[in-house]
Write a protein that binds this ligand. Structure first.
Ligand code: NOJ
Length: 557
C-alpha cells in the first residue's frame, strides 16, 4: 500500500455535535444511531470527513469534554457497537471519522481521579495536579478559563489540599509532567486509531504544560485573580510533550490531526504545522474572536470593522501558508452562529448574508470545516434569563460580568451574543414536531426560532437554498476546472479600493470577492467565468449588499 503523506489536504470536514444532531430513540438527546440514519444526507452534502464531538462516557458537565472513561461510550449516545457501526458504514460511503481527543483533563468522575482523591497512596495521585493552599487560600490566584472563580478546588475532605483545573472544577487537569500518565494516554490513543478512525481533533492541547513555579500573577479582574492561560497556555516546555505525543501516536499512523491550539503565535507555526510539526493543521482563533477582546470574557465586545477582519484573515492565511496547512471555520460548538456574528446589518442576516460568509471562508487555503446547521443558516436565539442557558461558560460569563459591574440586561446581552448554546441548537431536519430532531420528547436544549424554511427538508427541495449553495461550493472545490487552484493554489490577497470588500486569489485562476456590507460599492471585478454568485445577476462595475462571487480568471486576469 502506498502511503500518501498529507492526504488530508483534500478533505472537507463536517463537525457533528452528537447531542444536537439526531435523536433516534426519542429521549431528547441526539445519538450515534441518529447519525447513522442520516449518513446518506451527510454524504449528499459532499463532505469527506466527519469530526465527531465527544461521545465518550461522561457526566456531561461540559457536554462530553469531561470524560469519565476514554474507552467507553456514553450510554446517552449509544454503545461501542454503535460507534463501530458508524465507522464501518461511513467507510462504505467513503466518509472518514475523526474523534475529539481531550488530553488536558478528565472528568472528576474518572476512576483515576476518584482513586487519586480518596487515597493519598493511589497510583493515580500523580496523574493529576495537587498543591497545598497558602494562608487558607488556593495555591495561587489563577482564574479558571470559563471566566469565573479559581482554577483550584479543595479536595473533598481536605482542609488545605487543592487540585488544579483550567476549566470547570469537574474537569481536573492531568499532570503531563508524569511520564507514566503520558504513556497511558498514548496507549489509549493508539487503541482508538486501531479501530479505523482517520485521526483526531485535539481539544485544548496547548494547556497541557503549566509553569512549574505555580506562582501568582498580577490580577486582571476585580476578583484579584489572573487568567490561568497566562501561566498555562502554550508555555515553554510544551514542545517536548507535543513532539513525544506525535512520535508515539499520530505520526506512525499517518493520522490527520487538527489541534485546538489557542495561544500559538504566527512565528511559532513551523513547530506546530511545519514539515515536522506536531499536527497536520491547527485552528486559528485570531479572527474567530474578532468580536470580543478575549475569547473568555464576552463582556469585552469590540466594534470591529471589515477592514480589520480582512487584515486578520490575510495575516492568518499568509502566515499559515509560509509553514503549512490551515483549518478554516466559521462556526463550531464553542461559537455563536456566524450570520449573527459577522453580518452586522440584521436585514442581511438571511440567505444572502449566509452565502456571502460561506463564499468568504470556504475557498480560503486549507481544509474547510462546516459545523452542523451552518449549511442551513441556523441562527442564534435570544434567551431572556440566565436560567435558560445550559452551557457552563455562559453562566460563568454572566456572573463574572455582574461582578465586573455590568447590569443584568447588559450581561444577558453579552451572553446571548456569545453563548455556546447558540451553536448547540438541535438540528432542524424538517417542519414537523421538534423540527424533526426527534419524535416529540422535549429536546435537551431549546429548539431554534427560525423561519419555517430553515430546515434540511425545505432547503433540500429549494435550488436557491443555503444548503444547495454549500453543495455547489463543495462540488466546485472537489470537481471543477479550478479544483486544483482551490485545493493547492497559493493564497494571495487582492487589494481593492473598497474597505468593505474582502478579495483574494487562489492559485492562477480563482478569485473571490465579497462585499461584507449592506451598502453597494463601485468596483471593477475581473472578467472571467462566474462560477458562483449569491445574487442572480452580476454587474462587473458594482457589488450589491453582501454580494459574493467566485470567478475563474485566465492566468493573471
Ligand atoms: C474546548 C472545547 O471545544 C470546549 O467545548 C470545552 O469546553 C473546552 N475545550 C474544555 O474541554
Amino acid at each position: 500500500m502506498t502511503i500518501v503523506k498529507n492526504w488530508w489536504k483534500q478533505e472537507i470536514f463536517y463537525q457533528i455535535y452528537p447531542a444536537s444532531f439526531k435523536d433516534s430513540n426519542n429521549d431528547g438527546i441526539g445519538d450515534i444511531q441518529g447519525i447513522i440514519q442520516e449518513l446518506p444526507k451527510i454524504k449528499a452534502l459532499g463532505i469527506t470527513t466527519i469530526w465527531l464531538s465527544p461521545v465518550y462516557k461522561s457526566p456531561m458537565v461540559d457536554n462530553g469534554y469531561d470524560i469519565s472513561d476514554y474507552e467507553a461510550i456514553n450510554p446517552q449516545f449509544g454503545t461501542m457497537a454503535d460507534l463501530d457501526e458508524l465507522i464501518k458504514k461511513s467507510k462504505k460511503l467513503d466518509i472518514k471519522i475523526i474523534m475529539d481527543l481531550v488530553l488536558n483533563h478528565t472528568s472528576d468522575q474518572h476512576a483515576w481521579f476518584k482513586d487519586a482523591i480518596s487515597n493519598p497512596n493511589s497510583p493515580y495521585r500523580n496523574f493529576y495536579i495537587f498543591k497545598e493552599g497558602k494562608n487558607n487560600l488556593p495555591p495561587n490566584n489563577w482564574r479558571s478559563n470559563f471566566g469565573k472563580g479559581s482554577s483550584w478546588t479543595l479536595v473533598p475532605g481536605e482542609t488545605n489540599l487543592y487540585y488544579h483545573h483550567v476549566f470547570s472544577k469537574q474537569q481536573p487537569d492531568l499532570n503531563w509532567e508524569n511520564k507514566e500518565l503520558r504513556f497511558t494516554l498514548y496507549d489509549m490513543i493508539n487503541w482508538w486509531l486501531k479501530k479505523g478512525i482517520a485521526g483526531f481533533r485535539i481539544d485544548a492541547i496547548t494547556f497541557i504544560k503549566k509553569d512549574q513555579d505555580f506562582a501568582s500573577i498580577t490580577p486582571d479582574g476585580s476578583d484579584g485573580l489572573g487568567k490561568v492561560k497566562r501561566k498555562s497556555e502554550n508555555r515553554p516546555g510544551i514542545d517536548k510533550f507535543l513532539n513525544e505525543l506525535n512520535e508515539h501516536t499520530f505520526k506512525p499512523a499517518n493520522a490527520v490531526t487538527v489541534g485546538e491550539a489557542s495561544g500559538v503565535t504566527y512565528d511559532q507555526l513551523n513547530k506546530f504545522i511545519g514539515k515536522d510539526g506536531y499536527f497536520s493543521m491547527i485552528f486559528d482563533f485570531h479572527y474567530a474572536d474578532i468580536d470580543v477582546q478575549s475569547g473568555s470574557e464576552w463582556y469585552h465586545q469590540t466594534n470591529w470593522t471589515v477592514k480589520e477582519l480582512n487584515e486578520a484573515i490575510t495575516k492568518s492565511q499568509l502566515s499559515i501558508q509560509k509553514y503549512g496547512w490551515g483549518a478554516n471555520f466559521l462556526e463550531n460548538h464553542d461559537q455563536p452562529r456566524s450570520i449573527n456574528k459577522y453580518i452586522k446589518d440584521p436585514a442581511y442576516q438571511n440567505k444572502i448574508g449566509a452565502k456571502a460568509l460561506a463564499t468568504l471562508f470556504f475557498f480560503l487555503r486549507g481544509c474547510p470545516f462546516i459545523f452542523q446547521g451552518q449549511e442551513l443558516g441556523v441562527q442564534n436565539i435570544k434567551r431572556t434569563a440566565i436560567e435558560q442557558f445550559n452551557d457552563i461558560s455562559s453562566k460563568d460569563n454572566y456572573y463574572r460580568a455582574l461582578d465586573e459591574g455590568y447590569t443584568k440586561t447588559d450581561a444577558l446581552k453579552y451572553v446571548n451574543d456569545r453563548s455556546r448554546d447558540n451553536g448547540r441548537i438541535p438540528y432542524p431536519w424538517n417542519n414537523e414536531i421538534n423540527d424533526g430532531f426527534n419524535q416529540g420528547h422535549k429536546p435537551w436544549l431549546a429548539l431554534g426560532k427560525h423561519d419555517s424554511h430553515t430546515n434540511w427538508n425545505d432547503e433540500n427541495n429549494d435550488a436557491d437554498s443555503i444548503l444547495n449553495f454549500y453543495r455547489k461550493m463543495i462540488k466546485i472545490r472537489t470537481t471543477s476546472n479550478i479544483s486544483s487552484d482551490l485545493i493547492n493554489g497559493d493564497f494571495e490577497p487582492i487589494p481593492t479600493s473598497q474597505s468593505t470588500v474582502i478579495a483574494y486569489k487562489r492559485g492562477q485562476n480563482a478569485v473571490v470577492y465579497v462585499n461584507l456590507s449592506s451598502a453597494p460599492v463601485k468596483l471593477d471585478l475581473p472578467k472571467g467565468n462566474i462560477i458562483l454568485n449569491n445574487y442572480s445577476e452580476i454587474n462587473l462595475q458594482r457589488m450589491e449588499p453582501y454580494q459574493s462571487v467566485l470567478i475563474e480568471v485566465k492566468n493573471n486576469g
